[in-house]
Write a protein that binds this ligand. Sequence first.
Ligand code: ADP
Ligand code: MG
Ligand code: MG
Length: 256
Amino acid sequence: MSELSISNLQVSVKLPDGELKPILAGVDLTVRAGETHAIMGPNGSGKSTLAYSVAGHPRYEVTGGSVTLDGQDVLAMSVDERARAGLFLAMQYPVEVPGVSVANFLRTAKTAVDGEAPKLRTWAGELRGAMEKLQMDPSFAQRNVNEGFSGGEKKRHEIMQLELLKPKIAVLDETDSGLDIDALRIVSEGVNRVREQGDTGLLLITHYTRILRYIRPDYVHVFVGGRIVEEGGPELAERLENSGYEHYLAGAGPAL
Ligand code: ADP
Ligand code: MG
Ligand code: MG
């Protein structure tokens, strides 16, 4: 069974003037295949920084700690190597890929991750099936990735990647943001399908508790000021729904 292990991770963001601004202040987190974790925290607490650091975004510089996947040093891997090793990131703000259709993008990603091209005979059906399950029109496959997509279409496309690529560990950064109630349900059902297969460890990053009514996490981690400040089970999410993050922020100082 796969295991992502994040230990005392410290990360700074590289500012345009070259200065380093510390964001993550020592994060410890272990996610195993079959587990669903939620990271919940206020805006600006460093949740996306954590996601990008695990995925290998060049703007974020790791200044301490470690990230391993099944004992392998993730931080030593290129972005491509991380994807091939089984890491997946659904971004908070998915980027446009002009001139590349959804169908080509997914086939290329699948080929890169699996190390061989998917069989033509079965791939078309798999793609169609994935789109159907997420209630996307078949014409969607010919559109350019994220170009002119609505917020909901972007998120459905991210979940379609998740379902087709079958990663070992998936980090979903605010997959719920900007979704109306129907899209939230459709996207959550996709995540739950992946979850039920039991082969993927899920790390859901969110700001609101509402997605957690559809996807009940096994573990909840409260993230404030660049680190985990409290951990518990799903009942912790319910408590946050009522109490908010304010009392954590009070102790975190004025930097936020
Ligand atoms: P969250 O996802 O929890 O809202 P982020 O990880 O996006 O938080 O941001 C954490 C902090 O790091 C914020 O103060 C944000 O302004 C800062 N930050 C993140 N990325 C950059 C960047 N590229 N340039 C400058 N500051 C950044
Ligand atoms: Mg944010
Ligand atoms: Mg964010």
